[in-house]
Design a protein around this ligand. Structure first.
Ligand SMILES: [Zn+2]
Length: 308
């Protein structure tokens, strides 16, 4: 009780001296659901923002362990960036309800939906979650397509400018710099993967379709029978058959997926399991979006190259 009084006294004192007004360098408090979105936000926000990601780089973005501390983080946020397309449907809504922060409420300038304006692939013709498919609004794994990331970066810059108009010019020039760098890197990545155009790949989850389309890879099948449904022996037997028929030699997995299952299938098909994390920070020296993509493209080129 005494400490509370002391706090009030101090607060009043600060108010009286004007110390409560925000210093000129106050940063926007930005929360991103996943590290890839956080990385792009840092590129656009520069030193005008402080960004935290809720999901760990090694966590499945569909099934993030929702800690109570996230509610506090969201309560204090000036902006929230989510992937959208129901990527975070399984864990974000209850956190937001508890955070009670109007600044990041649906439709507020501080609520940034990355998928806005993105042409989603695989939008189902009928909505049926009962079958367990967790991609019921279309495929939400678009961040590994560098061209699509430009749309995401633009969304972030637009919203940062609305929330923090005095720094709008900075966000706009950071966006231009980001796009220029991304264009240069895309040319590099395309060159690295050009020899493997048409290469057959298998993935654990249906999370590489945007990358496959951008770089001309051909996805034979997934170990999951449907997005979010664990592999069954019957389905795996079918995948093994397809891999043999199509001569698919690589299986792509992420840190949170069952590598043992992938290894079993690989043993029976003479394929290799490739670690291809889609989140910055999942492996060493991949702190940024660019580092993560460098690592991913390198892993793919190396893995596919070993079989040609
Ligand atoms: Zn998914």
């Amino acid at each position: 009780m005494r400490s509370l009084k002391l706090l009030k006294f101090l607060a009043l004192g600060m108010f009286a001296t004007g110390a409560l007004t925000l210093p000129a360098a106050a940063q926007l408090r930005v929360v991103a659901t996943t590290p890839d979105l956080a990385s792009v936000a840092r590129e656009i926000g520069g030193d005008r923002v402080s960004v935290v990601a809720l999901a760990k780089p090694t966590e499945d973005p569909h099934f993030v362990d929702a800690k109570p501390s996230f509610i506090v983080t969201l309560n204090r946020a000036d902006a929230l960036i989510e992937g959208g397309a129901e990527l975070e449907l399984g864990w974000l809504p209850p956190l937001l309800e508890n955070a009670r922060n109007g600044k990041i409420g649906a439709g507020a300038p501080g609520r940034i939906v990355a998928s806005e304006g993105v042409r989603l692939l695989e939008i189902p013709t009928s909505f049926d979650r009962s079958k367990g498919d967790i991609h019921s609004l279309g495929n939400p794994h678009f961040m590994i397509d560098p061209v699509t990331v430009k749309i995401v970066a633009r969304n972030i810059a637009n919203h940062f400018a609305q929330v923090d108009p005095k720094n709008a010019a900075t966000y706009s020039s950071n966006l231009t710099k980001f796009n220029t760098r991304l264009d240069a890197k895309l040319t590099e990545w395309q060159k690295q993967l050009a020899p493997y155009r048409g290469a057959k790949i298998v993935t654990y989850h249906r999370d590489f379709i945007y990358l496959a389309q951008r770089f001309g890879l051909s996805i034979v099948d997934e170990l999951e029978p449907k997005p979010g449904i664990a592999p069954s022996p019957a389905h795996l037997a079918q995948v093994i058959g397809e891999m043999k028929r199509n001569d698919a030699k690589v299986i792509l997995v992420q840190p949170f997926q069952n590598r043992k299952t992938a290894e079993t299938v690989a043993r029976q098909t003479g394929a290799r399991v490739l670690d291809t994390p889609q989140q910055p920070g999942a492996v060493r020296n991949t702190a940024t979006y660019f580092d993560m993509m460098d690592n991913l493209v390198h892993a793919l080129a190396t893995g596919l190259g070993a079989h040609t």
